[in-house]
Design a protein around this ligand. Structure first.
Ligand SMILES: [Zn+2]
Length: 112
């Protein structure tokens, strides 16, 4: 049986990858003010490199770990966006997904 290979179809929309970070989205925080959202992979990478800080959610008081160069973070518990108390000199206007400290500790303990 001689089955011809079907010609690859061109994708309907080309992938928009202008930077190595794929699918970075933005949130419009106030009219006309867009901040990029740093995804969980970027946050895990920052934590592995030690570039994270303690943060506390204003709303539910969850203790969180957040990428240290973000200007805001999203609480994973109540989905609130809070400003991050800035400790880093290289702050980028961005919103990082934060991780609950207890989740991070559990993850670290399960690896050891
Ligand atoms: Zn919260």
């Amino acid at each position: 049986m001689n089955r011809p290979l079907s010609a690859p179809k061109s994708p309907p929309t080309p992938p928009l990858r202008s930077s190595p970070v794929a699918s970075r989205t933005s949130i419009e925080l106030s009219p006309g003010v867009f901040l990029p959202v740093l995804g969980s992979q970027e946050c895990w990478d920052a934590i592995e490199r030690g570039h994270c800080v303690n943060a506390e959610c204003f709303v539910c008081n969850a203790l969180l770990q957040c990428k240290d160069d973000a200007s805001h973070f999203i609480c994973p518990g109540c989905m609130t966006i809070s400003p991050l108390q800035q400790t880093s000199a290289r702050v980028e206007a961005s919103i990082a997904l934060a991780l609950k400290t207890e989740v991070l500790l559990e993850s670290l303990l399960s690896q050891s």
